[in-house]
Design a binder for this molecule. Structure first.
Ligand code: 3PG
Length: 202
């Protein structure tokens, strides 16, 4: 699947930071059951890579991405683990749109966007979206950069996701609110499926 196709699977990409590998598969199943098929697992914990491998092997219908990918080596490792996409908080030096797997790079400024477009990217993560100016910034970017499509992430939840999704240059949003740490700790998969189902209808 291309990055464009992956980002169109659902209005929300859950951002999961998994501490306990044993929770990875039930968490992913709960999100997919709610209608969110593209999932991002951040590479911020020792459990991340093992969690990705388990989800890839055991969860039907899922499209797994690695998040917090900040180097070429991490992009390659994500591909080797079976990921179908990678997400970065920024642009990775030397890493263009062509590579071992589709990459959604983060941008925060017009200059970064110009560098990203020159590197062949068409889809960007606006990060951290709320701190940078949220929907007002995305509207401002649509003038000089009509070809850039965004998945804003950072500070987005059920209260403001629709505002972002209403914009013509937003294809989907990312966020951790559909997999809250307390519900994951408690193993309340039903509540997580309900949050995902709500988000899938945005
Ligand atoms: C992140 O990298 O942590 C994501 O941007 C998630 O942000 P959020 O927790 O504000 O949804």
């Amino acid at each position: 699947m291309t990055l464009a196709e992956i980002l169109k699977l659902a209005p929300v990409i859950p951002v999961m930071t998994i501490e306990d590998e044993a929770k990875a598969v039930p968490l992913a199943r709960a999100l997919v059951a709610g209608g969110l098929r593209a999932l991002e697992v951040t590479l911020r914990t020792p459990a991340a890579m093992g969690s990705i491998r388990r989800i890839v092997q055991e969860v039907e219908g899922v499209v797994v991405g690695a998040g917090t990918v900040t180097s070429a080596a991490a992009r390659q490792a994500a591909a080797d683990a079976g990921c179908q996409f990678a997400v970065s908080p920024g642009l990775i030096e030397g890493e263009g749109a062509d590579g071992p797997l589709p990459l959604l790079p983060g941008v925060a400024t017009p200059t970064e966007l110009m560098w990203g477009l020159r590197a062949g990217y068409t889809h960007f993560k606006l990060f951290p979206a709320d701190v940078l100016g949220g929907t007002a910034l995305l509207k401002a970017f649509s003038g000089p950069f009509p070809q850039a499509i965004f998945c804003p992430t950072g500070g987005i939840d059920a209260t403001n996701a629709r505002d972002y999704l209403a914009l013509a240059n937003v294809v989907c949003v990312g966020g951790s609110w559909v997999a809250p740490a307390d519900l994951v700790r408690a193993g309340d998969w039903g509540a997580i499926t309900a949050l995902a189902a709500e988000a899938a209808r945005f």
